[in-house]
Design a protein around this ligand. Structure first.
Ligand SMILES: CC(C)(COP(=O)(O)OP(=O)(O)OC[C@H]1O[C@@H](n2cnc3c(N)ncnc32)[C@H](O)[C@@H]1OP(=O)(O)O)[C@@H](O)C(=O)NCCC(=O)NCCS
Length: 179
């Protein structure tokens, strides 16, 4: 079954399997993780906390989801694997964020979008270490957030974010450096 969430009682698994949760990580029983049956992987690092109503789902592409250590994913955040999501260490993701590096193909106007599969990858989403993503942000395919940066609440990010900077808006622009 591809669409069943991880049972609350599921054991931690090995890194060769579809889902690896470090034994020191905490996953709320109210979070939902849907591992892939198509060979992609989800891993959650040491001391990372996945809070209630987070959804992590292998869907929409062939990328893995890799979450580092000491991260916090707050309630209502959704990760769809798409072209791949790599989150470093010490990353804070506020409530209500969407990380979905996948675009439906839409260029044939005579075929319903739902039947056109997906666009080629733009590289997935990469979040380097020590990043804070404010509430209700959306990170699109091709996003790469440099180490130490902040994304202001309500931003939509679709490209490269310099390190140790603060970005805000739609599309997110640099508003200042972090000193
Ligand atoms: C980015 C942030 C940290 C900046 O806070 P700050 O250092 O106190 O900065 P300021 O409030 O002085 O704002 C600096 C400028 O950025 C703008 N700005 C701040 N947040 C913004 C946002 N979310 N979207 C657009 N512009 C924003 C301000 O209007 C201000 O512009 P100005 O210089 O033209 O007046 C904060 O605004 C933010 O978004 N925090 C996220 C909070 C959150 O999601 N918490 C959830 C719990 S984890």
């Amino acid at each position: 079954m591809s669409e069943q969430p991880l049972p609350e009682s599921a054991p931690h698994t090995t890194q060769d399997q579809a889902l690896h949760v470090d034994p020191t990580a905490t996953v709320s029983p109210d979070a939902r993780i849907y591992p892939s049956i198509r060979g992609t992987k989800i891993s959650i690092g040491a001391h990372t906390a996945i809070h209630e109503f987070v959804v992590i789902k292998a869907v929409g592409g062939t990328g893995d989801i890799r979450i580092g250590s000491h991260c916090q994913l707050n309630p209502g955040t959704v990760l769809y694997s798409g072209s791949g999501i790599t989150i470093g260490n010490d990353v804070l993701i506020a409530p209500g964020c969407v990380i979905s590096p996948a675009n439906h193909e839409y260029r044939d106007p005579l075929t319903p979008i739902r039947m056109q599969r997906f666009m080629p990858s733009k590289g997935g989403v990469v979040i380097e270490d020590d990043v804070w993503i404010g509430a209700h942000c959306t990170l699109l395919d091709g996003t790469h957030i440099g180490k130490g940066s902040i994304i202001a609440a309500g931003s939509v990010v679709n490209g490269k974010v310099e390190g140790y900077s603060i970005y805000a808006g739609t599309p997110a622009k640099k508003i200042r450096e972090r000193k």
